[in-house]
Ligand binder design. Sequence first.
Ligand SMILES: [Zn+2]
Length: 139
Amino acid sequence: MYDSHRYLLDNARFLLSDYADILYVDLRDVDVVWNLRFTRSIARAVSTGESRVIELGRNVYPHVGADQRPEVIAHEVCHHATWVIWGDRIKKPHGPEWKALMNALGFLNPSIRMEFGSHQMKGGLPWPVRRAPRERQSG
Ligand SMILES: [Zn+2]
């Protein structure tokens, strides 16, 4: 029994707004949307000249436990926040700036990996899985 897609989206938007307030960063134009193409990615932050969104994998995010959702959303909020605050000076997506913001939101040891491996699904929810940081598209 999973929470409805509508609830998950509303909940994610609430968390986004809450975290943006805490960080004193204006993210009012950032929307949360479903990405139907993700097969393993939980979420990613996307910022183009035209729009800013947090994409949630609709096949994956509903499997994330309620206790883990805040970190997933915080993770993506902090990507957007680092881009707003530091812009192109950001060298690594999960570098010291991103970590500092995660810490400010109370996530002292943030998980980096934002993907469910298919083999990991069998043993139950693998989140959070801690691995060596690896570059990926701000997932
Ligand atoms: Zn990330």
